[in-house]
Design a protein. Structure first.
Length: 562
């Protein structure tokens, strides 16, 4: 009898302990950066004016030193913090990183403790072999003058690249892991990722040759059972695809999100607690219902390190489930954020290696700045100038004999110069490089007038963030487009030097090798004949600026009706 009473007492004691302890709860903070593009230094960013939200204030935001400082503050608040990337950490980078093949950027993100980065489309800019080098380290034997110039050796990324939807066409095997489970304090958080399915249409085709890009949601959902079996307490999706919202980035739980990410988020497995996004360079903090009807966080942090995405996950590690998710976009104000000393050292070294080239004055402009901001028709002052520079570089018979030049707007990465305060109106090599960092080769092809029209119609077929991709056109070429017309019949009144384009006639047209290979979905350009190579676009651009004082002209080459 005494023994039975002892057992009852022990059982009561255990039961009481369980009631007192309850679920084992912990809070994990996830900090993410998207579309960093090697911007080690701050750049201009506009934020809502807290005194009058109809206005904005301009601040210098981002930069790896300030990112490190903000990240340090978050870690001080919650040691259980994990740092992740949502794609495009490298590629389309300014000279301070790109001239050193983005090695300082990879080193910096590794130094800040980044754990995982989903592949973005720009991670494929130099092909899979170079992407593998960024992951594993080593010098690129085929480009010894560009790689391992930051340090004598390159260790590679300390974080893991992931992508559930990128597979080898021949073997069907994933090129990179689909997910990574990270131990954060007492919790195990799984990060599963996908890059936009349309990646082959927005990168140089040779860079993704032999790869297949699958539907984002289906690829992610397919590995959820594996993640659950691995004992994850929480699952966060990193998706390098996005949308846009009419609400500003600081509006919590917005309901105005539109774009490709909405359908993806709606289809993702309910086990995923939040979706961190990128690609569209728009800051938003919204909620989108999943397949179970429950609204969950879908967030993006602008670009270039201006904003950091922050998730605070309250997790029950006994039940392996997330109890609550709070989301915020953190402004990385370079003027007020503390500076991370280790990041300062990386920046100073990178600047010392690249400043001599960056500081070389190329030209003097006829205005303080020429911007890439497009008018309602899709034409920009800087787009006109770049198209003109490419025509000038290829007009001579020995250079291809071009009469028209067309430039993809996605290849114009910044205003000239980047910051508007330029009273001397000077332009440096660093400015020019920032505008055109890809090193594309100018290509001249022969197209019929009918093919030119077909290519212009493809501007409205492309899955561009926010709408169409309007090609920038050289002087003397003009056309009209009507948004009320059906696809395939939007473009009319195509002229060259005032004369109507003849559908049956042949014209020599300059495009870069990205477009010539069908980039941005312009497949018509692959039909061009008599293809000849030419100068690097960067060289053509700076030579044009050197040749005379360039002043922005009227935006009258492209006309929009409706």
């Amino acid at each position: 009898m005494k023994k039975n009473l002892m057992l009852v007492g022990a059982a009561l004691t255990l039961s009481s302990c369980s009631l007192i302890l309850g679920p084992a709860q912990t809070t994990v903070t996830v900090v993410g950066v998207n579309d960093f593009h090697g911007n080690l230094l701050p750049t201009t960013f506009r934020v809502p004016d807290p005194a009058d939200r109809t206005k904005t204030l301009t601040v210098q935001a981002g930069g790896i030193e300030a990112i490190g400082g903000v990240l340090g503050q978050v870690r001080a608040e919650n040691p259980n913090t994990v740092f992740v990337g949502v794609g495009d950490m490298t590629g389309a980078s300014p000279l301070i990183s790109a001239l050193l093949r983005d090695e300082p950027t990879v080193n910096a993100l590794t130094g800040l403790g980044m754990q995982v980065n989903v592949l973005g489309n720009h991670e494929f800019d130099y092909g899979v072999a170079e992407l593998q080098r960024l992951q594993k380290g080593g010098c690129a034997s085929n480009e010894p003058t560009r790689a391992c110039k930051f340090e004598n050796t390159f260790a590679g990324a300390g974080y893991t690249y992931i992508a559930a939807n990128v597979v080898d066409e021949k073997t069907g095997a994933r090129v990179f892991p689909a997910y990574k489970v990270v131990k954060v304090g007492p919790a195990r958080v799984a990060f599963v990722g996908a890059v936009l399915e349309e990646t082959p249409t927005v990168v140089t085709p040779s860079g993704v040759a032999g790869l297949r890009f699958e539907d984002e949601a289906r690829a992610i959902n397919a590995v959820i059972p594996q993640i659950k079996a691995a004992g994850a307490d929480a699952i966060v999706a990193l998706v390098h695809q996005g949308g846009t919202a009419s609400d500003t980035f600081d509006i919590v739980d917005c309901k105005t999100l539109t774009g490709p990410i909405v359908d993806i988020a709606r289809a993702l497995d309910p086990a995923i607690s939040a979706v961190m996004t990128g690609h569209t360079h728009r800051g938003y903090n919204c909620r989108v219902p999943g397949p179970d009807g429950q609204a969950r966080v879908v967030i993006q942090g602008d670009a270039l390190g201006h904003l950091l995405q922050r998730l605070d996950l309250r997790i029950d590690t006994r039940a392996n489930r997330v109890l609550d998710v709070r989301a915020t976009n953190l402004v990385v104000n370079a003027a007020t954020a503390p500076k991370n000393a280790a990041m300062t050292a990386i920046v100073q070294k990178a600047k010392a290696l690249t400043d001599p080239a960056a500081a070389q004055v190329v030209a003097t402009l006829g205005a303080e700045q020429i911007t890439r901001a497009a008018n309602p028709a899709g034409e920009s002052a800087l787009g006109d100038v770049i198209a003109d520079s490419q025509l000038a570089a290829t007009r001579a018979p020995e250079k291809g004999g071009a009469v028209i030049a067309l430039m993809n707007p996605g290849g114009i990465r910044a205003d000239l110069p980047v910051n508007a305060a330029n009273p001397t109106r000077t332009v440096t090599y660093g400015d020019v490089f920032t505008v055109q960092p890809f090193g594309n080769t100018l290509t001249v092809v022969t197209l019929t007038g009918a093919q030119i029209k077909a290519a212009l119609e493809q501007q409205f077929d492309n899955p561009a963030p926010g709408g169409n991709r309007i090609l920038q056109v050289s002087q003397g070429f003009a056309y009209t487009w009507d948004n009320s017309k059906p696809k395939g019949d939007k473009v009319s009144a195509i002229t060259l030097n005032g004369a109507a384009i003849d559908p049956a006639a042949s014209y020599r047209v300059t495009i870069n090798n990205f477009l010539a290979d069908g980039g941005d979905g312009f497949t018509v350009f692959t039909q061009g004949t008599g293809r000849t190579g030419g100068d690097v676009d960067l060289d053509a651009f700076q030579n044009y600026l050197k040749a005379g004082t360039v002043t922005p002209g009227p935006l009258n080459r492209i006309t929009r009706l409706n």
